[in-house]
Design a protein around this ligand. Sequence first.
Ligand code: GAF
Length: 392
Amino acid sequence: MNVSTRAAELFAAEHGRAPSAVWSAPGRVNLIGEHTDYNDGFVLPMAIPHRVAVALGPRDDRKLVAATWGDDGQLHQADELVVDDLRPGSSTGWQAFPAGVAWALREAGHAVPGLNLMIVGDVPTGAGLSSSHALQCALALAMLDHLGLPPGDPGAPSLAEIARLVQRSENDYVGAPTGLLDQTASLRCVESHVLFFDVRSGDAEQVPFDPRSAGLELLVIDTRAKHSHSESGYGERRKGCERAADLLGVKALRDISAAQLPAANQKLPDELQPLVKHVVTENERVLSTVELLRSGGYAEVGPLLNASHASLRDDYRVSCLELDVAVDAAVQAGALGARMIGGGFGGSAIALIPTSERARVEAAVRAAFAERSLTEPRVFIAIPSAGAGRDR
Ligand code: GAF
């Protein structure tokens, strides 16, 4: 049963009537362009088939009453919240997401009413596949629809504006200083494509992505690792980039080209130079990847993925043992390229593999994890899937 059907059923069981609507939004895999979004740069994500669904219905009071079906097979009820009392920091854990989205909508001037919400998802959590943004995008769309503002209607916020609303929920309510990659991917990706998104200009181009046409597949390796410093590490990198941009007298690191790096380094303290190098070279790798995809040069994307991983590991320093083991084992077993994805310090890696080598690569990755007594990774193929939408 898909997550939307399940959410509708659970809603009906809990509230004694069908939901007024069910919206769902997907997790994402970013093909390349990591830690570039908050530097006004380029990203190239695709939506994955895993989604989070939100069924909702009206209430007679001003309460937000949310429940979610947990990984433990149990229904978890959130504390009841009053819409007018929502303040950043007043909810934590998964409950912060419905509260944060309602707060961000209210702050943007929308008259959010009391609501019943039922949440069901199958995006692996803590896997760097953006389950929290999938949830917040589905919530934002469901709530806007309930207010008579579904995307595309005259007067309704655009998908780009909804992405910013969700970013506000994440940054200012939940307290995670993330960029625009994940929300944009969840809202704007379409099947069989990667989304070439220029964060500064807001321009987005759907680039056909069909590795199977070249006998290839994109394998996702969820390492099941999440290191405790992931949040502080992300914030520190982001602050480092902002400090470097300040010292270089530019709005964001997007404004520095590879040719300018030697001169830029003269103005930067040692610890900021590798951060800048990563961002500048990663933006160039995104542009090169887009060129290759436009001409069907799938296999040649492999070395760019490897270079991205080396840069994230050695210069940006956001990789970890589990991600390096996954990437190294995949490449040694025949992947054309592999890299960590997302914020880092755990989560998932991707590997571009010949379909004929899938079993060998998977076995090699599992063996490498077992040899080091690491938790067995979860492995699946990333099929570029549809973005967020209304299911009922
Ligand atoms: C996380 C963040 F949420 C994104 O905004 C992005 O910065 C990514 O890490 C790294 O590219 O997923």
